[in-house]
Design a protein around this ligand. Sequence first.
Ligand code: SAM
Length: 239
Amino acid sequence: MNIEEFIKEVKKLGINITSENIKQLEIYCDYLLEYNTHTNLTAIKTKEDVYLKHFYDSLTLIKIVDLTQENTLLDIGTGAGFPGLVLKIFFPHLQVYLVDSNNKKTKFLDSLIPKLNVDNIEVINNRIENITPKFLNSIDIVTARAVTNLPVLLELATPLVSVDKYFIAMKGNSREELDNSKYAISTLNCQLNKVITFNLPNNAGVRMLISVQKNKKSDLNKLRPYEKIIKKPLQKKHI
Ligand code: SAM
């Protein structure tokens, strides 16, 4: 996807794109591809693919949530900033937290962010389960793209979400995973809000957005330790 196609598709999503946004993405893309020559951050190696499979794909989140109405966003397993940093560029009012346990990825983000002219953004090099107490019941939108299976992800992510707000998983086609997550969703005092399936432009693959709304505050004392979450994910047959 070249820049002209990118601009056209972003406008179709209903997002206002400014010349400042275009400059920020150019800096982001050039730095990512250059950094990727010495440190493995992404399998994507061309500018056209970065614009389609990282930048555009990250922005598709707005098909399922109106970010202009939200204040805080935390991205679990953000990697090289997807979707959290791209969303921050287009929705600068958001307070954004980018979380990843991989030190080389957060180091990349720490050196990229000062070049982008964005504020109210924090990069956190830690595992999400270690920082749950700090963010418990406090985030409007928690996101995760291409991070672990849905029952595990739900148990790690939903404690961070404020009551009535949303956890949104960005995945490839994962209908079966979703079917296997119904028990986890209800056990975690949440409800399935919306599911959107669509094709990326240029036949670049199927995407699924899954939005889960939280109904009740999480109690820190009742959360299961990570080892148990992994060993026995919340699925009826295991309980
Ligand atoms: N979201 C990015 C994207 O879509 O390009 C990166 C996806 S990558 C496949 C998964 C990322 O999740 C890795 O960078 C990994 O370090 C991170 N990750 C996995 N488990 C995590 C955890 N428990 N806490 C924080 N980060 C985690």
